[in-house]
Design a protein around this ligand. Structure first.
Ligand code: NAD
Ligand code: TDX
Length: 331
């Protein structure tokens, strides 16, 4: 398969490229990535000779059109992804997530190329903290933040292009990912690198908010299963049955890193902070036979801590600037 991976120099995309090169050497992989603050050539170190990396903006038709024309399938990860950044300045989210997805859709329509669009559970809004309900494919969209609103808009464009233009596309909405190469602005790597640099971890509000954590390799194995066996026009929810409060995740990290359970600061809460996300992944499991492999959360967190401990060259140059933006926002 000739695969075009948009956003392949970001967290999930780079992990997808690494696993594709390792597990599917028959595939020809091209990455298109604008190399924003969130993308890095370093994340593709070790596979650079096995792939082509094109630096470019997916919203630029002159960039995306010939790349799509030369592919059998597009896996579309590229997006602006951090909720706190969207609250500070929504404009880049409109550009990459909405205009960018529009440009990708027009290119796959022109050239008859298969598309898998990678989205998030945040499009569904949030759930009650202690309720039994989980998100399913039938849950109505109800996004809360500028980030999730632009991802919801992108999903709607994909659905409309499937219906109106018979574009061969699938969508996946996944829960919170963790693992190597995640930007240190995000919750888990921020806390790990705070501890590694002598800073105190920062918890928004009380830490009662719940996220449904999945290892990035499990997200990507699900994406691969959908790409190979998913039904055109369908939406698949990806999750690993692993709901945890932010406080519980932080205290696991503190224990793994040999710190006291109360060795952190409560900081200003996020505006509009979604309470709880939870995915019902049964369709994906029942229909495509997918199951997550990294089900020992503590062990997977321990490996993630070890990855950050042994890769300071990848994240340390970003740390001061990232923390300085947070401290300006009281976080
Ligand atoms: P990331 O921010 O780490 O990486 C995004 C990548 O996209 C970066 O390399 C960036 O340079 C690139 N990019 C941004 N705008 C671009 C543009 N206009 N043109 C070309 N490249 C551009 O994000 P991530 O966490 O790897 O997320 C990847 C995808 O998965 C996103 O679509 C996100 O919404 C989705 N998702 C993420 C999570 C999560 O927990 N991180 C969960 C569910 C879904
Ligand atoms: O320092 C922090 N302290 C804190 O308590 C940070 C950065 C976050 N938090 C909280 C906010 C959230 O409840 O931790 C939780 C996770 O925060 P993020 O890592 O920013 O993730 P979230 O907002 O849940 O969104 C993530 O999952 C869905 C990704 O960033 C999205 O791209 C994805 O779509």
């Amino acid at each position: 398969m000739r695969l075009l991976v948009t956003g392949g120099a970001g967290f999930i995309g780079a992990n997808f490229v690494h696993s594709t090169v390792r597990d599917h050497p028959e595939d020809v992989v091209t990455v298109v990535d604008a190399l924003t603050y969130a993308g890095s050539r370093e994340s593709l170190r070790g596979v650079e000779d096995s792939i082509e990396l094109v630096e470019g903006d997916i919203a630029d038709v002159d960039v995306i059109d010939p790349l799509v024309a030369a592919a059998d399938a597009v896996v579309h990860f590229a997006a602006e992804t951090h909720v706190d950044n969207a609250l500070a300045d929504p404009r880049p989210f409109l550009h990459s997530n909405v205009t960018g997805t529009f440009a990708v859709l027009e290119a796959v329509r022109r050239h008859g190329v298969r598309l898998h669009h990678v989205s998030t559970d945040e499009v569904y809004g949030d759930l009650e903290l202690d309720g039994p309900t989980r998100f399913t494919e039938a849950t109505p969209y109800n996004p809360s933040s500028p980030y999730s609103a632009t991802k919801a808009a992108a999903d709607m464009l994909v659905r409309a292009w499937v219906r109106s233009f018979c574009v061969h596309a699938t969508i996946s909405n996944c829960s919170n990912n963790f693992g190597p190469y995640q930007h240190i602005e995000k919750f888990i790597p921020r806390q790990i690198t705070n501890i590694l640099t002598g800073r105190r971890p920062k918890l928004y509000g009380t830490g009662a908010n719940v996220r449904d954590w999945i290892h990035v390799d499990d997200h990507n194995s699900a994406v691969r299963a959908i790409l190979e066996r998913g039904e055109a026009g369908r939406t698949y929810l990806i999750g690993a049955d692993n709901e945890q409060s932010n406080l519980a995740v932080l205290q696991s990290l503190l224990a793994i890193m040999g710190r006291d359970p109360d060795d952190f600061d409560h900081v200003t809460d996020r505006s509009g902070h979604d309470l709880r996300y939870a995915i019902d992944p049964s369709t994906l499991r029942d229909e495509l036979g997918w199951t997550p492999a990294r089900t020992d959360f503590t062990e997977a967190l321990r490996e993630t801590v070890e990855w950050y401990r042994t890769h300071p060259d990848w994240w340390a140059p970003l740390k001061d600037a990232t923390e300085s933006s947070y401290s300006k926002r009281g976080q």
